[in-house]
Design a protein around this ligand. Structure first.
Ligand SMILES: Cc1ncc(COP(=O)(O)O)c(C=O)c1O
Length: 427
């Protein structure tokens, strides 16, 4: 069985051969690897090739593949039944665990995907404020809800246009798209539209434009403006949640801006440990608007699924063990610093950043601050590097605008093997 033959077969029955576009390798070219299994820090393809995995299912696999405690929890939950469509104690436990670790949240609703969670968070913000419009930032991805598949209009006075066919212009009309980290634009947008805004949604560390942090003054002012104008600040922590630190990106910003809290938070990925599970949460005051308490409707057949919650709970328990994030951050820093050094030795422009177990690297001298700059990356050079690494058994994200992830299962030997591969690939 070859990756190529599977890809050809897949394309006959699945559009583009994949169930999520980036998996098709369109950005980097070549044949997607069809994965047969994962084990610790490794994934294996249909041809038996082993890869050191820096995608980790795009974030969830913070413990690596097949962690014994997680596996045990999942098998034991599966034996008790896959789904009941009725409440379970495990849902309460998972909600309690999330709330314990994220002080801005008093109540949480579990759903099945990040898309569903951000969609519901926007609806909640609209329902709670009675307003329709909201702000998002260029380069941040919040899932594929219609109102979020929107690009900037021609100026701050005009709202957005759809980025996807099938999204009506009318749906994009309420979404204002601004440049990430652009304080002046933010000020102007609030002056023009502040009183009509239900919320501002942001990836606090944007992992969908590789790795771009929201600058501290930007976050500070964003918080102030939202409070002043009565718009809710929605932190989309689907990627950063329990990945950049035990208290997520908001915990990191709270250490730099004492008292900082978003109004609504969205989680996914790590809280499901690789199973379909996501969540959104806020204060009781905000969450009371949600059905069955309030008028904002939201529901799901598989929401709070017993096997998924078992997987998520076991994962969250592991990452709370003493020293977990320190060790993860040390590994990640070793990797990015090593990559930077290898690039410097080869005279390749390179900048790196990381937080906890999430990292980014750019083939440019300075870390970019927004999407436009990210997209000036030398694409050919990135693609060559990507394929060089893949051929050497290192699986990086197959697009220059995606973040990377290190897991607790990555060993020092894995990291060093990665740097050795980079030494050749960057030559
Ligand atoms: C920040 C962010 N929000 C939302 C989503 C959507 O999550 P899902 O793919 O589970 O629908 C993603 C997915 O990568 C994401 O990175």
């Amino acid at each position: 069985m070859s990756n190529q033959s599977l890809f050809e077969r897949a394309q006959r029955v699945i559009p583009g051969g994949v169930n999520s576009p980036v998996r098709a390798f369109r950005a980097v070219g070549g044949t997607p690897r069809f994965i047969t299994r994962g084990d610790g820090a490794y994934i294996y393809d249909a041809e038996g090739q082993r890869y050191i995995d820096y995608i980790g299912s795009w974030g969830p696999m913070i413990l690596g593949h097949g962690h014994p405690a997680v596996l045990e929890a999942v098998i034991s939950a599966a034996r008790e039944g896959f789904s009941y469509g009725a409440p379970t104690e495990r849902e309460i436990e998972l909600a309690e665990e999330i709330i314990k670790l994220v002080p801005s949240i008093e109540q949480v609703r579990l759903v099945s995907s990040g898309t569903e969670a951000t969609m519901s968070a926007i609806r909640l913000a609209r329902g709670a404020t009675g307003r329709s419009k909201f702000i998002k930032f260029e380069g941040c991805y919040h899932g594929h809800t219609d109102a979020l598949l929107v690009k900037a209009g021609s100026g701050l006075a005009t709202f957005g246009h759809p980025t996807s066919a099938g999204v009506p212009e009318e749906v994009a009309q309420h979404t204002l798209v601004l440049e990430y980290n652009n304080l002046q634009q933010l000020e102007e947008a609030f002056q023009l539209h502040g009183k009509e805004l239900a919320c501002v949604i942001i990836e606090p560390i944007a992992g969908n434009m590789n790795f771009v942090r929201a600058a501290l003054p930007f976050v500070k002012r964003l918080r102030e403006l939202c409070t002043e104008y009565g718009a809710l600040l929605v932190f989309d922590e689907v990627m950063t949640g329990f990945r950049v630190g035990l208290h997520s990106a908001q915990g990191h910003y709270a250490t730099l801006l004492p008292g900082f809290k978003p109004d609504v938070s969205v989680f996914g990925k790590v809280i499901g440990g690789g199973m379909p599970l996501a969540a959104f949460g806020a204060s009781r005051e905000i969450m009371k608007h949600l059905a069955p308490l309030g008028g904002v409707y939201q529901a799901g057949t598989l929401s709070g699924n017993p096997v998924a919650t078992a997987c998520g709970l076991a994962t969250l328990r592991e990452i709370q063990k003493p020293g977990f994030f320190e060790a993860l951050a040390t590994k990640t820093q070793f990797l990015v610093n090593g990559l930077k050094q290898v690039a410097t030795e080869n005279g390749v422009p390179f900048s790196v950043d990381s937080q906890g177990g999430m990292f980014g690297f750019f083939l440019m001298d300075e870390l970019p601050q927004n999407y436009q700059t990210v997209m000036t990356t030398d694409k050919e050079r990135f693609n060559k590097f990507f394929h060089g690494m893949l051929d050497a058994g290192v699986y990086l994200a197959p697009a220059l605008y995606e973040a990377g992830f290190v897991s607790a299962a990555h060993s020092q030997a894995d990291l060093e093997a990665t740097l050795a591969a980079a030494r050749t690939a960057l030559r």
